[in-house]
Design a protein around this ligand. Structure first.
Ligand code: DHB
Ligand code: FE
Length: 286
């Protein structure tokens, strides 16, 4: 059976793409952020996941305001990137695993999540930047199942709904009848606001609370409405929904292996966490 080994969540600020292209990882502005990935690289080298199920939000590359699914699951052989207008290099494509995608889609619909299924899907910086951070300079050794959550066009799904989606995805992965090591990812956040009167808004205290709750008490985050999140975390800080879904997909005993928080990268409070997921069977055997 497929096994969920753990989760990684990270900010996906596009400017990271330029920093990578220019080799600025050790530059004083960037070092505190990039050095937060040293542990992630060790973890990935040790755990060697086969597949990454990645919760993210599309910012207008594949879905635009005219047609915006609340939840969409990719079922493609390959996911290409295109020029998004951020002035960053176009990324290599990510490889899909349609058979697992369809298994997850079937389980989600049976579980009453009426998702959009996408046999063609471009992926934007919210997928490509985290992958470039996780596997720098190397071929990407995982196949992906991209799951997009609308964090752009209101009304947005609630934190509680996203936690339930994550849990349903976790159950779906665990019922997949192939011997695969699966990691889960969530991208975006933490607090940031790119436009309007509060452009540049960051809330360190709320970010720290969210990081704590993501690890040990994700249900506590369901008390916030979307409008609470916009107020506390910024208009784009609602990308936290992707982190909540990631956490929901970790079905076992979860522990924090790593956390990095640095303010700011571009307009964003940058954070990276690694969570281990110990399944019941592993715990019993230990
Ligand atoms: C920035 C952050 C984002 O999450 C994003 O999608 C685009 C830009 C930023 O801080 O520049
Ligand atoms: Fe974003």
């Amino acid at each position: 059976m497929a096994r969920i080994i753990g989760g990684v969540a990270t900010t996906h600020v596009p400017a990271i793409g330029n920093a990578i292209a220019k080799g600025l990882q050790k530059d004083p502005y960037w070092k505190p952020f990039f050095s937060g990935f040293d542990y992630v690289h060790q973890w990935l080298a040790r755990e060697k996941p086969d597949v990454m199920v990645i919760f993210y939000n599309d910012h207008g590359l594949n879905f635009f305001l005219d047609k915006m699914p609340t939840f969409a699951v990719g079922a493609a052989q390959e996911y290409r990137n295109e020029d998004e207008g951020w002035g960053i290099p176009v990324s290599r494509a990510a490889t899909g695993i349609p058979e697992l995608s369809w298994h997850i889609i079937n389980r989600l619909v049976a579980d009453e999540f009426d998702i959009v299924m996408c046999q063609e899907m471009l992926v934007d910086h919210a997928v490509t930047i985290p992958m470039a951070l996780m596997w720098p300079g190397a071929d990407w050794p995982v196949k992906i199942v991209p799951i997009s959550i609308n964090t752009v066009q209101h009304p947005l799904p609630s934190p509680g709904r996203c936690l339930k989606l994550g849990r349903a995805v976790g159950r779906a992965i665990e019922s997949y009848d192939k011997n695969l090591k699966v990691m889960v990812a969530g991208t975006g956040g933490l607090s940031h606001q790119l436009d309007g009167e509060r452009a540049g808004f960051i809330n360190k205290e709320f970010d720290q609370l969210c990081l704590d709750r993501i690890v040990s008490d994700p249900d506590a985050l369901t008390q916030y409405s979307i409008h609470d999140l916009v107020e506390l975390s910024g208009a784009q800080g609602v990308e936290l929904l992707n982190w909540i879904a990631m956490r929901g997909a970790l079905t076992g005993k979860v522990s924090q292996a790593h956390r990095n928080y640095h303010i700011p990268i571009s307009n964003t409070a940058a954070a990276t966490i690694v969570l281990d997921n110990q399944a019941l069977a592993q715990r019993q055997a230990a």
